[in-house]
Design a protein around this ligand. Structure first.
Ligand code: PRP
Length: 213
């Protein structure tokens, strides 16, 4: 598995990701195939997003003798940006079954391309937790910026942003406004079009994942 790590961005590359991003981009892909491909990529991204977690040691006994064991020493909170982020949430929970889940509801106004907030529910303990904000698409970066700013106001200090496909414009915005937030992504596309859609992208991830196309 190759992985390009810049200081504040990890571009995760893997043959499974190359194949699955193609499935996700293809407009002929049906909803079942779309969901399966998104989940598979999500699991690889989750593995990378959780790489820096601190460990604590404790002693266990194998059937042979005592040895040192390890457990994860930080609470994890996953925050999907609704709706499309829901498709990535289970990938984190597969690795961290006791992770708490917050929700941030926002949609992008089709005219202004600005995010509109409609719901928020964040669990307690956000100050000390590793908070993973998940959304398949980082386009202008407006939604991600809103989400990260909101979470910082709630006290979050250890934030990461996980996306499938990112536009250079969104990456630039997050680097400028949230240099402390590491981005984990499986694709950096060419640009945004006049409607602020990622090119070539995959269309509207939420619509394709939930069948509201
Ligand atoms: C999409 C996507 C991101 C946002 C990205 O959501 O899932 O949340 O747009 O765009 P931005 O970086 O320019 O803010 P959308 O508004 O389509 O809502 P949905 O998830 O409910 O489909």
């Amino acid at each position: 598995m190759s992985q390009e790590s810049l200081e504040d961005l990890t571009l995760v590359e893997h043959p499974v990701i190359s194949r699955d991003l193609t499935i996700l981009r293809n407009k002929e892909t049906n909803i079942a195939e779309f969901r399966q491909a998104l989940k598979r990529v999500g699991i690889i991204l989750a593995y990378h997003a959780l790489k820096e977690l601190p460990l604590k040691e404790y002693t266990i006994e194998t059937p042979i003798e005592k040895t040192t064991g390890y457990d994860i020493d930080q609470e994890i909170i996953v925050v999907p940006i609704l709706r499309a982020g829901l498709g990535l949430t289970d990938a984190i929970i597969q690795f961290i079954p006791n992770a708490k889940v917050g929700h941030l509801g926002m949609y992008r106004d089709e005219e202004t391309h600005e995010p509109v907030d409609y719901y928020s529910s964040i669990p307690e303990g956000v100050e000390d937790a590793m908070v993973l904000v998940v959304d398949p698409m980082l386009a202008t970066g407006g939604s991600a910026h809103d989400a990260l700013s909101f979470l910082k106001k709630q006290g979050a200090q250890h934030l990461r942003f996980v996306s499938l496909i990112s536009a250079p414009e969104g990456i630039k915005k997050l680097r400028e406004l949230h240099p402390d937030v590491h981005i984990i992504t499986s694709g950096i596309d060419e640009k945004l079009n006049d409607d602020a859609f990622i090119v070539p992208g995959l269309g509207d991830a939420g619509d394709r994942y939930f069948g509201t196309v």
